[in-house]
Design a protein around this ligand. Structure first.
Ligand code: PLP
Length: 406
């Protein structure tokens, strides 16, 4: 029998790249009594979170909040902008870009999957020059959208979205730009308006530090215009009615009230720390993690330092070692979860999450669990990654943010 009420001493170390640990402040907010979603109090909450989330996406245009996981927001992005049979150019960076492509197929679109050959494409970011060359060749403008994953959670690669925008513009192509930053938002720098993104897809359970259950579409005026003539069927996902009702802070259906309390608290936390400080914290912890992996003598899944993810680090196992067996040892001995290798990388690597509500000591706990587990599982470890990470963190200090007295 599954014992959901059994917890070993101490907290479970949730070191997967999302869902990330939910801070107590947010857990408390989520537990407020549910209110009438048509009443006056709700409108104030709705208006607050809708305005706040625009600042996180760095947009002045509408952001749709769905009571759904990220997969729903993927579907919403495609079904609001595309028509049956439309060609979409999708770039293969890993498991999540592959799943989005499969969804496009099942919605009746024609995805063209561009990418580097073999597993190499799962070690690098989006190649903007390949997108530009493909769009230049599409003189009849058959391609209706370019779809890319900003932070590929299956590999630990953060692609350059501004470069993709420049590639589309350089080709003089009218395709929409659709970006998945489900695991990048509020951990890695993201600029919806400045980068000319038409629809950005994201979710609650990563950098926003919320439980799973809400997801987002940030829109551009061009995407809203496209939705007026797009013919894919949609009802629950349709933007028009939601945008209209959101003007006063309400939704056409019952929204996820308690998660919106959580979102309100998460926005307060992120703005108190300052988004640039949040991004710098993630970059610093990611660097410490990579130093640990190198000290162990293991390879980092991302092979291009220019696109290392600040959110997670993929750790490749030496030949003959089953990464899932290592994860199992760590789970059973140290009560810690690590991300599994997905798709082509199943059993070949594990993923260390360092996102959301994380700090020096949570990362050090995670790395200590990994180092002990690697040794127990018989993985040859060259040197102490824990020491390498500690040395880096101790010599690259940042002040712990202190809340200003009122
Ligand atoms: N895209 C990326 C990059 C993800 O990391 C995930 C989930 O981890 C998804 C899409 C799917 O989102 P969800 O599992 O919330 O439906």
């Amino acid at each position: 029998m599954l014992q959901l009420d059994f917890h070993p001493s101490g907290r479970h170390f949730l070191s997967i790249p999302g869902p990330s640990p939910v801070p107590d402040r947010i857990l408390r907010a989520v537990s407020y009594p549910t209110i009438d979603h048509r009443g006056p109090e709700f409108g104030a909450l709705g208006r607050k979170v809708l305005a706040g989330i625009q600042q996180i996406f760095k947009t002045e245009h509408p952001v749709i909040i769905y009571p759904a996981s990220g997969t729903g927001a993927w579907e919403a992005a495609l079904s609001n902008t595309m028509s049956p049979g439309d060609t979409v150019l999708m770039f293969e960076t890993g498991h999540f870009s592959t799943l989005w492509k499969k969804m496009a197929e099942s919605l009746g679109l024609k995805p063209e999957f561009l990418g580097l050959p073999g597993v190499e494409g799962w070690r690098r970011g989006v190649q903007a020059d390949m997108i530009e060359a493909r769009l230049r060749a599409d003189t009849g403008h058959v391609i209706k959208a370019v779809c890319v994953v900003h932070n590929e959670t299956s590999t630990g690669v953060t692609s350059n979205i501004a470069a993709v925008r420049r590639a589309i513009d350089a080709a003089g192509h009218p395709a929409l730009l659709l970006v998945d930053t489900i695991s990048g938002l509020a951990s890695a720098d993201y600029r919806h308006d400045e980068w000319g993104v038409d629809v950005t897809v994201s979710g609650s359970q990563k950098g926003l530090m919320l439980p799973p259950g809400i997801s987002f579409n940030a829109l551009s005026p061009k995407a809203i215009e496209a939705s007026r003539s797009a013919k894919l069927p949609r009802s629950f996902w349709g933007w028009t009615e939601i945008i209209e009702m959101n003007k006063t802070g309400y939704w056409p259906y019952t929204p996820n009230t308690n998660l919106l309390y959580g979102l309100s608290e998460a926005l307060d936390m992120l703005f108190e720390e300052g988004l640039d400080n949040v991004f710098a914290r993630h970059r610093r912890l990611a660097e410490a993690c990579r130093r640990a992996v190198r000290a162990w003598g293991l390879e980092i899944q991302c092979a291009d330092a220019a696109v290392y993810s600040p959110v997670l680090t993929g750790v490749m196992m030496p030949d003959g070692i089953d990464a899932d067996a290592v994860r199992k040892t760590i789970y059973e001995r140290f009560n810690m979860s690590l991300g599994a290798g997905l798709g082509k990388l199943k059993g070949r690597m594990f993923r260390i999450g360092h996102l959301g509500d994380c700090n020096d000591l949570t990362l050090m706990g995670t790395l200590a669990g990994c180092e002990m587990g690697l040794k127990l599982a018989g993985v040859p470890v060259a040197a102490s990654g824990v020491t390498a990470a500690m040395d880096y963190l101790a010599s690259h200090t940042v002040p712990v943010p202190v809340k200003a007295a009122a």
